[in-house]
Design a protein around this ligand. Structure first.
Ligand code: PRP
Length: 214
C-alpha cells in the first residue's frame, strides 16, 4: 500500500519547466495557484508528492542528506556535486554539453604554451578532473554566472561551461574547443529512501518511465 508522501527536490530555472511538463505527463499535477505563489514547498494535487523548489546546484545536497527522498537535476550538477545518491532514470530533457571553450584565436593552441591554464568556470571539479587527466596544470577561477566574460576580459584562458544552443558562445566570439560530457536531467533518489520507501519510489519511477515513452 502507498502511504508515505515523497518529497522531491526540483531544480528551479533552466530545468523547472521540463520537469513540471514531465511530471504532468506522469499524472502528477501541481496546481497553478501553488506554482504562481512564492512558496518553496508545494504539493501535488493528489497529495502524494511534496516538491521543494531549490537552486539547481543544491538539489543533490537535499537528496543526499535525505530531506528530500528524490530530486531532479542535471547530470552536470550531479557530477560536480559528487553526491552519494542513486541515479535511476535519465529524464531525457535539459540536454546540453559541458565544454571547454575559448576565444577563436586560441583554437588548436597547445596548452604547453601556458605554464598554468587559467580556467573560468561554475564547475571547478569537472574542470580540474578534465585538465588533470590530460596532465595540464590549471588554476580554477570560480565564477557563478556570465562565465563567457572571463576570456573576453582576460580573466581566464579558457572556460568550462554549459553549452545548450551555443548562442552565448557565438555572440561573444567564443568557440567550443572540446566537449567534456553530455548532460540531461536525471532522477536522483536518496539511498535510504530507495530502500525504506521502495514501493513509493518504485511507483514514481514507473510513472516517469511510462511518461517518457514516445
Ligand atoms: C548558461 C551557461 C551559458 C549559457 C549557455 O548560463 O552558463 O552561459 O547558459 O546557453 P546557450 O548555449 O543556449 O547560449 P545561464 O543561462 O544558466 O546563466 P548564468 O550565466 O547566469 O549562469
Amino acid at each position: 500500500m502507498l502511504n508515505d508522501r515523497l518529497t522531491i527536490a526540483l531544480s528551479k530555472g533552466r530545468m523547472q519547466d521540463g520537469a513540471l511538463a514531465l511530471f504532468a505527463r506522469a499524472g502528477v499535477i501541481i496546481p497553478e495557484s501553488e506554482l504562481n505563489s512564492r512558496k518553496l514547498i508545494v504539493n501535488s494535487a493528489d497529495g502524494r508528492y511534496s516538491f521543494v523548489l531549490v537552486k539547481p546546484g543544491d538539489a543533490p545536497t537535499y537528496v543526499q542528506y535525505g530531506v528530500a527522498d528524490a530530486g531532479v537535476c542535471g547530470r552536470d550538477v550531479l557530477m560536480e556535486s559528487r553526491a552519494d545518491v542513486h541515479e535511476p532514470l535519465d529524464l531525457k530533457f535539459g540536454r546540453c554539453k559541458i565544454a571547454v571553450a575559448g576565444k577563436r584565436e586560441v583554437l588548436g593552441q597547445d596548452y604547453n604554451l601556458l605554464a598554468t591554464v587559467r580556467v573560468g568556470t561554475k564547475y571547478p571539479r569537472i574542470a580540474t578532473d578534465y585538465f588533470h587527466a590530460k596532465g595540464v596544470p590549471i588554476e580554477v577561477i570560480p565564477l557563478s554566472g556570465s562565465v563567457e566574460l572571463a576570456p573576453l576580459l582576460g580573466l581566464s584562458d579558457r572556460i568550462v561551461d554549459l553549452v545548450e544552443t551555443g548562442q552565448t558562445l557565438k555572440e561573444n566570439g567564443l568557440e567550443v574547443i572540446d566537449v567534456i560530457t553530455e548532460s540531461t536531467a536525471r532522477l536522483i533518489v536518496n539511498r535510504a529512501s530507495f530502500h525504506l520507501k521502495r514501493i513509493e519510489v518504485g511507483a514514481l519511477i514507473a510513472r516517469l518511465t511510462e511518461a517518457l515513452k514516445p
